[in-house]
Design a protein around this ligand. Structure first.
Ligand code: PQQ
Length: 247
């Protein structure tokens, strides 16, 4: 039944616990359940599939600082900007710690992809580009707190990364394990980042309407991560078509 604006406004806000439960419920849509990740974790992916995944996930990785900069540009609170800017540095790196983007380039090299081939985006699939660009655009155009809510998939990712790391180490021995450093670092940083973002969302969404918008933002992000893998799963077909046209 469609509710009138008046009816919606009368809905009581969720308690913090109820709100947190509604956010966590989105875990059932998270990309660790995608058949491509399941096959990865079972050791069933071929080297070309792993390479295509690494090349396409790089497009996600390198876009993360763009979306974080968009969040900062929309956020009027100095103390939050000061905290959030750390995320950009984590990915872009500094003199000593080269950061997540460099670590992903090393993962690329470990699976046999020269960095130039990641950087020039030759393997980036249209579906992945659309999904990732949609994330950046969402964060550019939505109020900062909903953009932050969309980052809350990071609440679910440490567990997914732990399982993936163990699977990569045991099933894919052709990959140089030095390339897995990205995931080891992420395992330390993601829980801290996610907790900070969760507290911001819990504190700043006080009405039932804004709480529901935050849940929708998180659902949107789960969908986007899912479509990214849908595209990668079908990606080899696209690359074959391209190479047939070229020859
Ligand atoms: O490997 C993964 O499963 C995974 C998932 C996610 C996520 O849930 O968005 C992120 C990452 N990794 C990641 O490495 C990362 O830096 C990251 C940043 C963000 C974000 O939305 O701000 N998500 C993720």
């Amino acid at each position: 039944m469609v509710q009138t604006v008046e009816q919606e406004q009368k809905q009581l806000p969720w308690t913090k616990e109820e709100f947190e439960t509604a956010l966590y419920a989105q875990k059932s849509q998270y990309h660790d359940l995608h058949p491509f990740h399941k096959r990865m974790n079972e050791g069933l992916l071929t080297p070309p599939e792993i390479k295509l995944w690494a090349a396409n996930r790089f497009y996600y990785q390198k876009s993360i600082p763009l979306k974080d900069a968009a969040i900062i540009s929309n956020c009027p609170h100095r103390e939050i900007r000061r905290e959030w800017i750390e995320r950009i540095i984590d990915h872009d790196g500094r003199e000593k710690d080269k950061g997540g983007i460099e670590a992903w380039l090393r993962l690329g090299e470990a699976v046999g992809l020269p960095r130039a081939e990641l950087l020039d985006e030759r393997y980036v699939l249209p579906g992945v580009r659309y999904a990732v660009d949609a994330y950046v655009n969402f964060c550019r155009t939505q109020p900062w707190i909903f953009a932050i809510a969309s980052s809350l998939t990071e609440l679910f990712c440490p567990n997914a990364i732990e399982v993936r790391l163990a699977a990569l180490e045991s099933h894919y021995q052709w990959i140089d394990p030095a390339g897995f450093e990205y995931f080891r670092v992420r395992l330390k940083k993601a829980p801290r980042d996610a907790r900070y973002a969760l507290n911001l969302v819990l504190d700043n969404c006080q009405t039932r309407h804004s709480q529901e918008q935050a849940v929708q933002a998180l659902a949107f992000k789960c969908d986007l991560l899912w479509s990214q893998l849908d595209a990668i799963e079908r990606g080899e077909t696209r690359l074959k078509v391209m190479s047939n046209v070229e020859t």
